[in-house]
Design a binder for this molecule. Structure first.
Ligand SMILES: Cc1ncc(COP(=O)(O)O)c(C=O)c1O
Length: 229
């Protein structure tokens, strides 16, 4: 059983997946079961098909992002922004009033907001001032097993970069118990390598990336990269 299957929240395991008309497939031009118009919208450029629902996992995009991030395309999942990726991870793996996530404040506030919205407990392991370094010992003495550990690389708001040895050590500590999620929303602004290069070696690593910062594509073209555990 994969780690994702093992950690998935009960309500997610019990779900019978929705099969959209796009996923069921079919041939032709009129997909009544997709509730799409068979006619192009007024003044749509020739050959464009904006009236169609997009693919569940757009193959072209996933392949190209995989090439860009130096990882196989089947490690890539697309979402509308890294924030939706954070939300998806918390909903997929955490059961309300039962599970927890770990964050290291000061850090990006959205991990905490989304956890609270889903009634998921937040365990804080604050960064150590004045350098804002990770408190490795406190990570290892966490009593209640979290499902997700969020680390930000470079960290918003301190700008600190993560050491590879620290990430490997935290991932190893939570091996088989939790995913370590590295938020690399600002990775393109550093000379450091992305941890996306490690996802095949460290099985409980998940990397969040986005096109909203370095590519200025905030209005709706954000992308999310996740390890296939
Ligand atoms: C650290 C960090 N992660 C994720 C996000 C959200 O990214 P997106 O615009 O792709 O939702 C932000 C946005 O400010 C951020 O600062």
């Amino acid at each position: 059983m994969s780690l994702a299957d093992k950690l998935a929240a009960r309500q997610i395991k019990d779900l019978i997946p929705y099969q959209s008309a796009r996923r069921i497939g079919g041939i032709g031009n009129s997909y009544l079961n997709a509730n799409e118009s068979p006619y192009p919208a007024y003044e749509m450029p020739e050959k464009e098909t904006w009236q169609r629902y997009p693919d569940f996992l757009p193959g072209d995009l996933v392949t190209k992002y995989g090439l860009y991030a130096h990882t196989q395309s089947d490690n890539v999942l697309t979402t509308r922004g890294a924030d939706e990726g954070i939300d998806l991870l918390i909903r997929a793996f955490c059961e309300p009033k039962q599970d927890s996530i770990v964050i290291s404040p000061p850090t990006y506030a959205m991990y905490g907001f989304i956890a609270e919205a889903h009634q998921v407990e937040i365990q804080n392991v604050p960064l150590i001032a004045p350098e804002f370094s990770l408190d490795l010992n406190s990570f290892k003495s966490i009593k209640k097993n979290p499902k997700l550990v969020f680390l930000c690389h470079p960290n918003n708001p301190t700008g600190n970069l993560l050491k590879r040895s620290d990430v490997v050590s935290i991932a190893d500590h939570f091996k088989d118990e939790a995913f370590v999620v590295i938020d690399e929303a600002y990775i393109e602004f550093t000379p450091n390598e992305s941890f996306a290069l490690d996802i095949n070696k460290v099985p409980n690593l998940v990397i969040l990336r986005t096109l909203s910062k370095a590519f200025s594509l905030a209005p709706g073209s954000h992308r999310f990269c996740v390890s296939a555990a």
